[in-house]
Design a protein around this ligand. Structure first.
Ligand code: GCU
Length: 592
């Protein structure tokens, strides 16, 4: 029976650091069926029916009527979106069925899990015709234990992916990015012992030592051992009745920073002889805080030289692998960045881990974007679920310094309550990181006022402003005064202008590279005058696809505010920002 059984494992049950475990990749070519009327799930009365596509049935006798067959259906690559793999799916919003056969060996005392890096937007999952459950949210991981249902030999895994937008979803129906649908991140099988280390967290203590916890999942309560070989550190901790083992290491690790992105190999093992479950991770240790209107990294004021980035591969389509991460973050480093705003949703883990290796601090964000249904409790639950899934996944990443709960959300009481709820949940889950949101400004004749009531609840004040593009002439920027009654650090989380790479003309002509360059020059002149400015992440690193940008010959469904085109062509404004960051870095280095 097609079950509408429960949601995927809750965030707290999420497997921490799947890359550091025994995994089998299910990436590659999956058989697919495009199903705009969801015929594989509902009968003609629109009721879930019992012999849907999820049965992956083989007709017993050739004369039997069956109107689908995965075995002879076309394939799509996983991970990846369908829009950029098949021209006929470029604008498609609806259901695509994915099916993968895989071999498994059931071993007594072992447990098997399915892990999805992310699926946009709703995933319903079946194994051998049995429902495992569903997940909503296009940018965070989820999974299911399949031990009772997996068979030794061949298994049929079927996923119904539906990327239709919904008014009560997160994000809602209107976004300035492409609604890439599909199994957009890796799918893996994770092989684990009966009792294993499911989750863990390590953090720097105020005294410079390390403390943390490990959470067991399963019946045993063996001691947990944590080792950091480079620090010659090892500790064994007894789990409590709930399987949580708390520990601290009296060591003094070198601090992680953009200048010195030091990472330590960490082994978390559940004892046993030999240990039957060892998770390997690489973790950096640093502190992040605010003091008045300053941001302090490892106790020192830092200016965030950033750039905003969408999870878009050069050429279009969802960025998926480590090579995309290295390309995008390599361009950020070339700009002179020490910071990236991964907009407007949690990016894939390669981006966050590559940022850690390359020495880039990260602003991570959930897609509470524009006109969310603030009054709807189900919408709030979805937002909170995605926040938890993001924090559970990335809480051990030194690169992540800011959790952002929203982008450009219209002010109002219901919105304020909704966002304050998310902020409280973020602080409960992770008291160490800074909380922000990209808010909108109020412009008056005497300049820009930072008066969003949400600011009281933020550590870092994020603001998007488009002086010279969406309002005012570029030269108004340097004459603009900023007014804030908050003694808090400001990050200008967006400014920018559109330009078509290679289109040249007078600097008064919109869409030329010269116009975009002029906006950047005038914006930089303004930035220098804002005393409480502690960071900026201009919009945006690279042109990206958007259904809201159809202007023929200029946009052609690309948002052209990139400093690089989707083919990696650097526009003139790229060099304006690069020069500004060169000066900022020199000033920081000389302590000015
Ligand atoms: C907004 C929004 C972005 C959007 C940008 C633009 O500030 O946050 O998602 O792409 O402006 O208009 O290009």
């Amino acid at each position: 029976m097609a079950s509408t059984s429960g949601p995927a494992a809750a965030a707290e049950a999420q497997l921490q650091n799947v890359d550091g475990r025994r995994v089998t990749s299910l990436d590659g070519a999956w058989r697919t069926i495009v199903d705009p009327f969801e015929n594989g799930y509902y009968n003609y009365r629109m009721q879930p029916h019992s012999d849907g596509y999820f049965r992956d049935a083989k007709p017993a006798d050739p004369s039997a009527l069956q109107e689908y067959d995965f075995e002879t259906s076309p394939t799509l690559q996983v991970p990846g979106d369908w829009n950029s793999q098949r021209p006929e799916l470029f604008f498609y919003e609806g259901t695509v069925w994915y099916r993968r056969l895989f071999e498994a060996e059931k071993e007594p005392g072992r447990r098997l899990f399915l892990h999805f890096g992310a699926v946009n937007y709703e995933a319903r999952v079946w194994l051998n015709g049995e429902s495992l459950g569903f997940h909503r949210g296009g940018f965070t991981p989820f999974g299911f234990e399949i031990t009772p249902l997996v068979r030794s030999g061949s298994n049929s895994l079927v996923v119904k992916v539906d990327n239709k937008r919904h008014r009560d979803a997160v994000p809602t129906v209107n976004t300035d990015w492409w609604n890439y649908g599909g199994l957009t991140r890796s799918v893996r099988l994770v092989d684990l012992p009966a009792t294993f280390v499911r989750d863990y967290a390590l953090r720097l203590r105020e005294d410079g030592g390390i403390e943390g916890w490990a959470q067991l999942d399963g019946p045993d309560r063996h001691p947990v051992t944590v080792r950091i070989p480079e620090l010659e550190a090892e500790v064994s901790a007894e789990p409590d009745a709930e399987g949580r083992a708390r520990f601290h290491l009296d060591v003094r690790p070198d601090r992680w920073s953009p200048q010195s992105p030091k990472l330590y190999a960490v082994e978390i093992a559940q004892a046993g002889d030999p240990p039957d479950d060892v998770v390997l991770d690489t973790i950096g240790f640093r502190s992040i805080a605010v003091r008045g209107d300053e941001i302090l990294l490892n106790g020192q004021p830092v200016f965030l030289r950033g750039i905003s980035i969408h999870e878009e591969a050069p050429g279009g389509g969802r960025a998926t692998g480590p090579e995309h991460a290295r390309t995008l973050l390599g361009w950020a480093k070339e700009l002179g960045c020490n910071f990236v705003r991964l907009a407007h949703y949690p990016h894939n883990e390669h981006m966050v881990r590559e940022a850690e290796r390359m020495g880039l601090m990260v602003w991570a964000e959930i897609p509470v974007y524009w006109t969310i249904l603030w009054q709807n409790p189900d919408t709030y639950a979805l937002a909170e679920q995605q926040l938890r899934e993001m924090i559970v996944r990335d809480k051990n990443r030194a690169s992540v310094v800011i959790w952002s709960v929203a982008n450009e959300t219209p002010r109002g009481e219901a919105r304020l309550r909704f966002l304050k709820g998310l902020i409280a949940e973020a602080r409960r889950l992770d008291p160490d990181r800074l909380i922000s949101a990209a808010t909108e400004v109020t412009t008056r004749e005497d300049g820009i006022h930072l008066d969003d009531p949400l600011i009281e609840s933020l550590d870092v004040l994020g603001v998007n402003e488009y002086v010279g593009w969406y309002w005012g002439a570029p030269e108004e920027a340097r004459a603009t005064r900023w007014h804030s009654r908050h003694n808090k650090p400001l990050v200008i989380s967006e400014f920018g202008a559109g330009a078509t790479a290679g289109l040249h003309g007078d600097a008064s002509e919109r869409w030329t590279e010269e116009y975009q360059e002029r906006v950047y020059l005038e914006q930089v002149a303004m930035l220098r005058q804002i005393p409480f400015l502690q960071g900026v992440s201009p919009w945006i690193l690279m042109d990206f696809r958007s259904p809201r940008r159809p202007l023929p010959g200029i946009q052609d469904f690309w948002n052209r505010k990139g400093l690089l085109s989707e083919r990696g062509q650097r526009k003139k404004a790229f060099y304006v920002l690069q020069e500004f960051y060169r000066e900022q870095a020199a000033a920081a280095a000389s302590g000015r």
